[in-house]
Design a protein around this ligand. Structure first.
Ligand SMILES: Cc1ncc(COP(=O)(O)O)c(C=O)c1O
Length: 483
């Protein structure tokens, strides 16, 4: 196993203006007479509360002066733009959810059509409601051997381009680590002189090592959103939006970003984006090299133990089409129930990102070390009991083909009523409903609740998966549009 060397505490801040400003705030011992109301001394009121809030400083009057006279945020964002081959960058404390909203608003005109990956995250669907945009769905191909979505083919995008979308918005990588042939899709889109935007929430580490895919901007995308807290060691909900402003207006980007962002951004998430950017620029190659080595060692150890490969093999995909740091366990190989295994893992003190009957995903990042890999390996050995293999299955989120009823926006603002699950068949959904994770909608507002969807949701819920965003989480009733 490989370990990461630790950078001395003073070093990274030399390359990261916001991180430096964050640390300096505490060193300077400022006495605050502005928000936040905890004044970094809530511990005087309650030790537990102090632990939660006393490391919190704001952007305004924290990372920078109240009137932003130091230009610290702008300096850090410029460094990020340079790092991700862009000419515009903003840091968000609202997650890639906010990034998706800002990007859709930046390219939307009400009623416009945008070609969108059907397996997009629910945040993109909400963005469509805000922007009044209609999707032209792009359906990913399914890999027969693994049952997982492979990405969007050039043929599928060409079909959608025939319907004259004003932009293309892809989700890359998908939740299970696969990527479309992005360079070709970007070229195809640009032949029409329209922008292509990538939700790369799960690819913030891309581009820092040849063993993992290049990031979307490197491949020529017009804009990209990525979560710094998913695959890199950033603060929760810390997200980065970058763009090249030849096909997208910088003024519209700015307006759209601000329209949907808080006016009180917390300093720690912003400083973490800056610190992570600097860390990856200085040491990204070395850290990902170590991560890849640890993954190889970990997988070999488990293969020796079980006598078969637990994980989807990255080598079965074309170069650049799979994130080699993604660990996807497919339980059909050994006949196990992913939800039961997740429970067993929890009893061993291990929490994974996602589990349904057929899939378990533990997230590993550059912050994992030999110790954490060993804990995960031991917990998997103790939790998985091989039984008879079963046929590969494709999860509900990947196999649904939607039936259009009315536009997403029309449905969102329409009058609705609750009906029983039986009565819901054939009615138009007022809710977005998604197993979570991955948060990929099985039905969006405006789509028809088919029998396949209703039975599929009931089945997944019975397996112990959380069904998110339905008004009635028990699924006994559904919120549908009034007739
Ligand atoms: C593809 C994708 N985009 C966007 C998001 C939203 O990201 P965040 O949770 O940072 O708001 C997610 C969250 O899981 C996601 O999977």
């Amino acid at each position: 196993m490989s370990g990461n060397s630790v950078i001395p505490p003073q070093e990274l801040r030399l390359h990261a203006p916001l991180l430096d400003a964050y640390l300096r705030y505490f060193e300077d011992g400022i006495t605050s007479f502005s928000t936040p109301g905890h004044k970094q001394q809530a511990a005087l009121l309650d030790l537990g509360l102090g632990k939660v809030v006393d490391a919190d400083i704001p952007l305004y009057g924290g990372l920078d002066e109240m009137k932003l006279t130091n230009g610290t945020l702008a300096a850090a964002e410029k460094l990020a733009a340079e790092c991700w081959n862009a000419d515009w960058a903003r840091f968000s404390t609202g997650g890639s959810t906010h990034g998706n909203q800002a990007l859709i608003l930046a390219i939307a005109t009400p009623g416009a059509k945008i070609a969108i990956t059907r397996t997009a995250h629910r945040s993109l669907i909400s963005a469509l409601v805000l922007g009044g945009v209609e999707p032209i769905w792009l359906t990913p191909e399914i890999d027969e051997a693994t049952g997982i979505p492979l990405g969007i083919s050039t043929a599928e995008l060409s079909r959608a381009l025939e319907h004259s979308p004003t932009a293309v918005f892809l989700t890359e990588p998908g939740y299970l680590g696969t990527l479309s042939p992005l360079r070709e899709l970007i070229d195809l889109t640009h032949e029409r002189n329209i922008p292509i935007i990538i939700d790369q929430a799960w690819g913030a580490h891309f581009g820092f090592h040849p063993g993992i895919p290049p990031h979307a901007m490197e491949l020529g995308a017009d804009a990209m959103v990525t979560s710094i807290h998913k695959n890199l060691p950033g603060y929760c909900a810390a997200s980065l939006v970058v763009a090249n402003t030849t096909r997208i207006s910088a003024a519209r980007l700015e307006q759209s970003f601000e329209a949907t962002h808080t006016t009180s951004p917390a300093g720690a998430p912003l400083a973490s984006i800056d610190g992570v950017r600097a860390l990856m620029q200085l040491r990204g190659h070395e850290l990902i090299q170590n991560l890849l080595q640890n993954i190889a060692h970990f997988k070999n150890d488990l293969k020796e133990h079980f006598g078969f490969d637990l994980f989807i093999d990255p080598d079965r995909f074309a170069p650049g089409s799979f994130d080699a740091t993604k660990l996807v366990i497919q339980t059909h190989h050994f006949g196990g129930d992913g939800v039961a295994i997740e429970r067993a893992l929890t009893s061993h003190g291990v929490r994974v990102e996602m589990a349904d009957r057929d899939t378990i995903i533990p997230i590993v990042t550059v912050a994992d070390d030999e110790r954490s890999f060993t804990i995960l390996a031991n917990a998997l050995k103790a939790s998985i009991i091989a039984q008879a293999p079963r046929a590969v299955a494709t999860a509900l989120s990947w196999r649904i083909s939607p039936t259009f009823g009315v536009s997403i926006r029309e449905a969102f603002f329409s009058s609705s009523e609750m009906v029983s699950a039986v009565e819901a068949a054939g009615r138009i959904s007022a809710d977005l409903i998604a197993p979570y994770p991955p948060g990929v909608p099985v039905v969006t507002p405006g789509e028809v609740l088919t029998q396949e969807i209703l039975s599929g949701l009931a089945e997944v819920a019975a397996e112990g998966v959380r069904i998110a965003y339905s008004t009635d989480p028990t699924l006994a009733t559904y919120r549908v549009l009034e007739k």
